[in-house]
Design a binder for this molecule. Sequence first.
Ligand code: ATP
Ligand code: MG
Length: 386
Amino acid sequence: MYNIVAAGFGEIFLKGKNRGKFEHKLIEQINYNLKEFKDISIYRDSGKVFIETKNEDDMDSIIGKTKKIFGIVTISPSVKTDKDPEVIIEKSIELFSYLKEKQDIRTFKVKTKRVDKSFPIKSMDFSAEVGGRILAAFSDLSVDVHNPDVEICIDIKKNCYISSEKIRTVGGMPVGSCGKALLLLSGGIDSPVAGYMIAKRGVEINALYFHTYPFTSERANEKVKQLKEILEEYCGKIKLFSINILEIHKAIREFCREEETTILARRFMMRIAERIAGENNMEMLITGESLGQVASQTMKSMAVIESAVEMPILKPLVGMDKTEIIDRAKEIGTYETSILPYDDCCSVFAPAHPLINPKLDSILKSESKLKIEELVESVLFTLEIL
Ligand code: ATP
Ligand code: MG
C-alpha cells in the first residue's frame, strides 16, 4: 500500500541557518544507509524528508533501516498521490480498507494539513469531506475527534501524502553535523555503546582498535569489525584503524612494575589515539569508561590516564551502571557480538593486582625508563585500516 516514508526531524532543525546543513547531512546519511535499495528517491518537501520507492516489497526493510538513522525523530509510512481532491479521497478510502484488514477499527478522524495554499479546499472542509466519504464507504465506522482508533493525516505540500501513523525513531542529530571524533573501540560491551551515544549527538565517528597479535586472535579482529558494522547502521561509514601494541606491552613488562601495566598501556593508547585523531581531522577521543567499574576507571586512574594527552576525551558512559549499559547494548544490537569470548589485549596483559590509586609521579618515573616516542612510532608502522 505504502510507496513513501515521510521522515520528520526534531524542533531544532526547523529553525535557524543550520537547517539546510542538517537536512543535507541527513539526506547523505539516508542515501548511505539505504544504498542497497534500487529505485528509491530521496528528497525534501517543506520541512520533511521523503524516501520514495518504486518497489513496494522493499517498504518494510526501508522502514526498518530508516528507524535507525540519527537525526530522524518520527517516520510515517505514507501514500503519495496527486493533489487532485478526488484522487486523494479514493486513496484515503483504499488506505482505510488496507488498515481495516490488519486491525479492528471502530472510530477514526481525518486531519488535513495544507502547506500549499493553492490547494482549492480549506483544510477543515477537506477533512470533513474525506471523513464523509469514508463513513459512506464503511458502514461500521464512526468519527471520534478526541480519541480515534486511527487518524488519517493528509499532508498537502508540493505533493500530497496520506498516512495513518507517526512512529517514534531513535532521534538524535544527523551524523556529521557536529564534528568528528575517534572512538577507542575494544570489542567489549561498553565502547560500542559509547560510540553510539556520541554519534547520536551528530558526531562523525571513526574507530581505533588495539590488539597484540599473535597474543590476541584474528577472531578478535573480526568481532571488532562486526561491532563497527552494527554501529554503521546508525551512523554511516566508520573507518576502523587497528594497531598492534605488542611491542609496547613487551617494553612495559621488561622495564616497569607489573601492577602499573594497565595504566601505562592505557596512556600509550591515548597518545596513539591522539596522534591518529590529529592526523585525520578528528577533534576528540571517545572511550567507554564508566566511573568505578574497574581499577583503571577510578577517579585517580582516569586522571592519570588522561593526563597523557591534551585532546579532550568524551566518556558518555561515565555515570551509567553496568546493567544500564548492557540494556542499551541489547537495544542497539551490539550486546550479542560484544560477549563473544575472544580475548582483548588488555585482558591478556592484565596484571593480577592493578593499581587503583596510581600516583602520576611514579607513573612518570616508570615511563622515564621507556622510549615513549620511539615506541609510539614503532607501533604506528602496524597501522591498518580494516
Ligand atoms: P569495553 O567494554 O569497552 O571493553 P571495559 O569495561 O572493558 O570497556 P576497559 O578495558 O577499562 O573497560 O577499557 C576502557 C576503555 O578503553 C574502553 O571502553 C575502550 O574505549 C578503551 N579500550 C580498552 N581496550 C581497548 C582496545 N583493545 N582497543 C581500543 N580501545 C580500547
Ligand atoms: Mg574491555
